[in-house]
Design a protein around this ligand. Structure first.
Ligand code: NAI
Length: 371
């Protein structure tokens, strides 16, 4: 296993510097092998396009962590049902991937690398297909936008109702969303911001300072009554109900979404665990969810919320990056910890918790594949 993981990492180092070229080769080869697959993908591929390749690469890099690997891949397989991929498409993707790696790797590529990727892809696609086959839910849900609230130019909170079938998920998980009216076949992942409920209503917090295709449409264009599509829930940032440790939550910006869902789940049963939420944003105006959190603090004695601003000297509260603020309140050694935000923020928070000697198995986070 060690040698296998080493070969994958070594060979990836050879090609990762030019991911764009790898991606171009992969899709060119894929559509040449099976032109029918082209219609499953967005019109515009580059940059904004599909992320299948990213997902495969993230999985191969995680292969030395078999436990998370298994559930991650099964969930990815369930999620990929939204593309209507068949066993045949998995095989074609494998051929395209190997061809692309060989071409991008050039003279540095060798037979050992080839075999390692072939084996890795076989293991990955087998688990993905097993996950997909075992799933009794539809490949995606149609969902109607019920409410849409803007907070400043870049942020929106929306609620949607999944139609026709219940959408089972756990607090802390994320789903991918398509806005067919504006960007057909482009899917992006977002954490669900509320706990599961009988009405099949899901809340999402979206922020995008740039144009961001799906996020841009969700913040600026979508209106109540519009239809979205939502694929299978994924992610392991969920509560361990058997644990009696107190809880630390660290959220940066709209990374608050899954944390809010976890707090809502705790409201349904928690009486004994102290829950500390650290909520960071750049400016006070970006703390869009603070009022709602304070309302919860007022009625749940076990809950505390500490907001902080990293670029607002006038803010009457904690100053600095949220990871530094958390450190000031530690140690967190005996807590279950949940971290959610940008990849850089998650990295900083993980470093802070490691310095506090928090055992890694007590820390949960989802990075959607990129840390
Ligand atoms: N499950 C998850 O992990 C989720 C993650 N997200 C991600 O959260 C991010 C939120 O973005 P915005 O709302 O624009 O927030 P942002 O990027 O403005 O960051 C908010 C706060 O996070 C902290 N932070 C940011 N970069 C940091 C760094 N390098 N080191 C230490 N602390 C840092 C600071 O306290 C900052 O004020 C997005 O990247 C989004 O994809 C969003 C939802 C769920």
């Amino acid at each position: 296993m060690e040698n296998f993981a080493r070969l994958l990492k070594e060979s990836w180092a050879l090609v990762e510097g030019d991911r764009e070229r790898l991606s171009d080769y992969f899709y060119a080869r894929l559509f040449l092998l099976d032109p029918d697959l082209r219609k499953l993908f967005p019109v515009q591929m580059r940059g904004q396009g599909d992320r299948i390749l990213d997902a495969i690469v993230a999985a191969t890099q995680a292969i030395d962590d078999p436990e998370s690997f298994d559930e991650y891949l099964r969930a990815l397989g369930r999620d990929h049902r939204k593309y209507h991929v068949t066993a045949g498409s998995y095989a074609t993707m494998g051929i395209a991937l190997l061809d692309a790696l060989r071409t991008a790797g050039g003279d540095g590529w060798n037979l050992e690398y080839d075999q390692a990727w072939r084996d890795a892809y076989a293991a990955i696609s087998e688990k993905m297909q097993a996950g997909a086959e075992a799933d009794e839910n539809p490949p995606f849900w149609h969902a109607e936008v019920l409410t849409h609230q803007r907070y400043g130019p870049d942020t929106a909170v929306l609620t949607v109702q999944a139609l026709q079938h219940p959408l089972p998920y756990r607090a802390g998980q994320y789903v991918s969303i398509e806005v067919p009216r504006y960007h057909p076949r482009v899917w992006r992942t977002y954490s669900v911001a509320n706990a599961p409920n009988d009405d099949n209503i899901l809340e999402f917090h979206i922020r995008t300072p740039g144009a961001g295709w799906v996020s841009g449409a969700l913040v600026r264009r979508v209106r109540p009554g519009d239809l979205l599509r939502i694929a299978a829930p994924m992610g392991g940032m969920t509560l361990d109900r058997a644990s009696d440790r107190d809880i630390l939550c660290v959220a940066g910006g709209v990374g608050l979404a899954p944390i809010k869902a976890l707090v809502e789940e705790l409201i349904t049963y928690n009486r004994t665990r102290w829950v500390h939420v650290f909520y960071g944003a750049r400016q006070a105006d970006d703390l869009y969810a603070l009022t709602g959190l304070r309302e919860l603090v007022a009625v749940h004695p076990w809950l505390s919320v500490t907001p902080a601003c990293s670029a607002d000297p006038d803010f009457d509260g904690e100053q600095g990056d949220i990871s530094d603020v958390v450190t000031r309140y530690g140690p967190w050694t005996a807590h279950d910890c949940f971290v959610s935000g940008s990849a850089a923020m998650v990295r900083a928070a993980l470093r802070a918790l490691a310095a506090d000697q928090v055992p890694p198995q007590h820390v949960r986070y989802d990075t959607f594949g990129s840390l």
